[in-house]
Write a protein that binds this ligand. Structure first.
Ligand SMILES: NC(=O)c1ccc[n+]([C@@H]2O[C@H](COP(=O)([O-])OP(=O)(O)OC[C@H]3O[C@@H](n4cnc5c(N)ncnc54)[C@H](OP(=O)(O)O)[C@@H]3O)[C@@H](O)[C@H]2O)c1
Length: 351
């Protein structure tokens, strides 16, 4: 099979490196272009990038020149992991120039005609792409993945909302350091400490969750009618975001029904056998001390989220803890799964 040629915008960053790692042996994609800031442009990727993931930097990318993130690039689609403030202009330029843009950044997530996609949860929202044909007449489009904490929350809530109806959610996150990119938070600020503020994060979780769980009606997304309250904290963990969650339901299920709805959840990516789709999107653990970032972030090669501490609550109906790998299911892996779904549903013309 001919592989799709991909460009990575922000290729030298935390998420960009994860893209490079996850795409190394991918059966459908090959990396043909990398782009980053003017600090890196003009160098080879091997010289520009200090590799910060386990294992070696893949050989194939080392000699690629780092280019500016402007079209044209020698590729069929781009994955973007650019900072939010420059992503709006840059991703728009690529879509205008006819490229499919599969983005991690927050710039377009809440636009009315942009799918905020979790393939297991809201693949119907891809119908929004017909609306983007008016915006991007050269055939380009933008699909985004949610914020790294929103993804695990919305994925855990999806089967519960579909089965029992959710009326309100309270989520308190404990977010890993890699979520702030590199170099991220200064070591003296986080050693022996917890930071109770991550800029923009609470608002993202509160707005993105209802869009993702919303219904596609009359060519637009009708947000889910639930209230979502989030408090976010940066903690001294390298990888793996965690959230303590409390939920109220329209119809309160019993504990077994709740557990079964989570652990039996499968969806289109599993039916289609997409390369990055985990066999089980949600694992429920019954041990009293799970999930833990160190032990559970790599479940399903980083694409499975883990739910534990599932209990009746004393104030709301139920509570649980959810955990996922923030740069895999929460970022690069999520975007790659989005692209695999777009291929399976024939949204890309070339390859
Ligand atoms: N980290 C996570 O867990 C996570 C999860 C979900 C979403 N995201 C989102 O993904 C994006 C990237 O995050 P990250 O953690 O990978 O950040 P990062 O480690 O700071 O990397 C940023 C990347 O963007 C490039 N860049 C910075 N300024 C630029 C400019 N003016 N022009 C062109 N390129 C520029 C950097 O290139 P140089 O190396 O040349 O500076 C680097 O490749 C952000 O929008 C973030 O919100 C991150």
């Amino acid at each position: 099979m001919t592989k799709y040629r991909v460009g990575i915008l922000g290729a030298t960053g935390m998420v960009g490196q994860r893209f490079i790692q996850l795409l190394e042996h991918h059966p459908q994609f090959e990396i043909t272009a990398v782009a980053a800031s003017d600090r890196s442009q003009g160098k080879t990727y091997g010289n520009a990038c200090t590799w910060r993931l386990n294992g070696e930097m893949p050989k194939r990318v080392r000699s690629l020149p780092v280019q500016p993130p402007t079209p044209p690039l020698d590729c069929d689609l781009v994955f973007s992991s650019l900072p939010g403030d420059i992503a709006r202009q840059t991703e728009g330029d690529f879509a205008n120039a006819g490229y499919p843009v599969i983005s991690n950044s927050s710039a377009f997530r809440m636009d009315e005609d942009v799918p905020l996609l979790i393939p297991e949860v809201n693949h119907q929202h891809l119908d929004l792409l017909t609306r983007q044909r008016q915006r991007y007449t050269a055939g380009g489009f933008i699909v985004t993945n949610p914020n790294c904490s929103t993804i695990m929350l919305a994925l855990a809530l999806a089967p519960l909302h579909a089965t029992f109806g959710i009326t309100s959610v309270v989520a308190t996150t404990m977010q890993a350091l890699s979520g702030a990119g590199y170099p991220g938070v200064a070591s003296l600020d986080i050693i022996d400490n917890v930071l109770p503020h991550i800029g923009g994060e609470e608002e993202k979780i509160e707005t993105e969750t209802t869009k993702i769980l919303g219904r596609f009606v009359n060519n637009q997304i009708e947000p889910a009618a639930m209230s979502v309250s989030a408090q976010c904290h940066r903690v001294n963990v390298a990888d793996g975001h965690m959230a303590a969650v409390r939920v109220n339901f329209t119809r309160k299920p019993d504990l077994n029904e709740l557990r079964e709805a989570l652990s039996s959840f499968r969806s289109l990516p599993q039916e289609l056998g997409l390369h990055s789709a985990p066999d089980q999107p949600i694992v429920v653990r019954d041990e009293v001390d799970r999930p833990q970032p160190k032990l559970d972030r790599d479940a399903g090669a980083g694409m499975t989220i883990t739910v534990g501490r599932l209990r009746e609550d004393t104030v709301m109906d139920y509570r649980f803890v959810v955990l996922s790998h923030n740069t895999i299911r929460g970022a690069a892996g999520a975007a790659i799964l989005n692209a695999e779904l777009l291929i399976a549903l024939q949204y890309f013309k070339t390859g």
